[in-house]
Design a protein around this ligand. Structure first.
Ligand SMILES: Nc1ncnc2c1ncn2[C@@H]1O[C@H](COP(=O)(O)OP(=O)(O)OP(=O)(O)O)[C@@H](O)[C@H]1O
Ligand SMILES: O=C(O)C1=C[C@@H](O)[C@@H](O)[C@H](O)C1
Ligand SMILES: [Mg+2]
Length: 167
């Protein structure tokens, strides 16, 4: 028994949206590390960042992901920065990890439009997205077995591309 698909990628790339739809199509359970973090701590992500900073958040995130993967055979979407933690990258080895790849301009459009508060992007989303991409791109590529492009593809198209790989 092991996870059917894991989604990684930049904040706002569509991991939660695509993951939820892939799970629905497969008739399987869906887990999202950000939602699990809020459920298990009873706090919002911005509150966790305020209380313990980014490193406090990463510790909770890594523990939640380890637990979420244990004995799980559904679909899991990760937070945008989950791959920064080495133990998480190690736990992903051997699993079908999908990177959702989105061009910078489209990513900026999506995060500005979405209502989710992302503490790392609040000041200057365009600059922060550029910096985060530079820091993380190689880590996303390291853990991903497959890459699906989502630039101009509607959600249904990205979901279909994932399902084709899994078929
Ligand atoms: N293929 C797509 N085309 C257009 N809009 C999309 C697409 N995929 C996702 N979106 C939109 O982009 C926004 C961000 O999506 P989502 O919250 O799923 O991203 P995420 O990768 O889970 O972000 P985070 O890393 O913060 O968890 C949402 O408003 C969603 O509706
Ligand atoms: O890219 C990131 O580091 C983050 C993305 C979100 O999914 C949340 O996990 C949180 O806002 C941090
Ligand atoms: Mg998400």
């Amino acid at each position: 028994m092991s996870v059917k698909a894991v989604f990684v990628g930049m904040p706002g790339s569509g991991k939660s949206t695509v993951g939820r739809n892939v799970a629905r199509q497969l008739g399987t359970e869906f887990r999202d590390s950000d939602a699990l973090i809020e459920e298990t701590t009873g706090r919002t992500i911005p509150q966790i960042f305020e209380d313990g900073g980014e490193s406090g958040f990463r510790d909770i995130e890594a523990a939640v992901i380890q637990e979420a993967l244990d004995g799980y055979d559904g679909v899991l979407s990760l937070g945008g920065g989950a791959v920064l933690t080495e133990s998480t990258r190690a736990a992903l080895k051997g699993h079908p990890v999908f990177l959702i790849d989105v061009a910078p301009e489209e990513l900026l459009r999506r995060v500005t439009k979405s209502r989710t508060v992302r503490p790392l992007l609040v000041d200057d989303p365009e600059l922060r997205l550029r910096e985060l991409r530079e820091q993380r791109e190689h880590l996303y590529r390291e853990v991903a077995r497959h890459t699906v492009s989502s630039d101009e593809t509607p959600v249904a198209g990205v979901v279909a591309a994932v399902l084709e790989v899994l078929a």
